[in-house]
Write a protein that binds this ligand. Structure first.
Ligand SMILES: C[S@@+](CC[C@H](N)C(=O)[O-])C[C@H]1O[C@@H](n2cnc3c(N)ncnc32)[C@H](O)[C@@H]1O
Length: 234
């Protein structure tokens, strides 16, 4: 796991995606979600979005998460709020669920950290025919110099930094159509008033340094390192 993801999980950051829950709300309000819909929150973290989905739409929500600390924090949230949301530990690269299970797959700042072609094919597989993938993912506005790209990849523990056009190629290869990709109004620099923290007991002081490094990288690559909202249909 990357040091960055270690920081996110030990600090128990809820709403660990650009724009936070306010952007999630804005994006989902444009979708046809009913109380009969089933949604996979892929890489659900502490489960803030999964809980929001159940509370606001009454939908059937499943959260999938690879990190043990995150799974524990998501389970704790669902139990203490008596929310009927299943949290499953597993990888979005190899989803332990059947084909054609969900009307929606939501991925908020998760695809960036995995093997993207593999995960996108898995998202396509678990979606019902006509199901929708909604994602909010790291995207570059232009190519970085090789040493700069290496710095970003190393810090976040990611294997590639994609432009909008490169995302579209991968989405098509995974079988998606009606692809819409756009930049949200919220920038990654805007403060998210709904960010939560749920610290692990073993969250070391050195992780504050990681938080600073993250802020520095975002500032250093301002205008290049960005994010996009991706919407497409199976
Ligand atoms: C930046 S956080 C975003 C969490 C959550 N979606 C949110 O917006 O608050 C990225 C999350 O992806 C999870 N993750 C990374 N690789 C994963 C994988 N292969 N399968 C499932 N989850 C993964 C991490 O553990 C972490 O919780």
């Amino acid at each position: 796991m990357s040091t960055y993801l270690d920081f996110v999980s030990k600090f128990g950051i809820g709403g660990a995606h650009p724009g936070g829950i306010p952007l999630t709300k804005e994006i989902l309000n444009k979708e046809q979600i009913s109380s009969h819909s089933s949604i996979l929150d892929a890489g659900c973290g502490t489960g803030q979005t999964a809980a929001f989905l159940y509370i606001n739409y009454g939908v059937n929500v499943t959260g999938l998460e690879i990190n043990h600390d995150m799974v524990a924090k998501a389970l704790e949230r669902m139990a203490s709020n008596q929310l009927p949301i299943s949290i499953i530990q597993g990888s979005i690269e190899n989803i332990p669920l059947s084909d054609n299970t969900f009307d929606f797959v939501l991925s908020e700042s998760v695809l960036a950290f995995v093997n993207k072609p593999k995960a996108l094919k898995e998202f396509n597989r678990v979606l019902n025919s006509g199901g929708r993938l909604i994602a909010n993912e790291m995207t570059i506005n232009q190519k970085l110099k090789p040493e700069e790209e290496e710095e970003v990849k190393q810090f976040y523990g990611i294997d590639s930094l994609l432009t909008e056009e490169e995302w579209i190629v991968l989405l098509k290869e995974a079988g998606f159509k009606e692809i819409v990709i756009y930049q949200a109004d919220q920038s990654i620099f805007e403060e998210n008033p709904m960010t939560e923290f749920n610290f692990s007991q073993n969250a070391g002081i050195e992780l504050f340094q990681v938080m600073n490094q993250h802020a520095n990288i975002i500032l250093k690559y301002q205008g290049i390192l960005s994010h996009r909202i991706i919407k497409c249909t199976k």
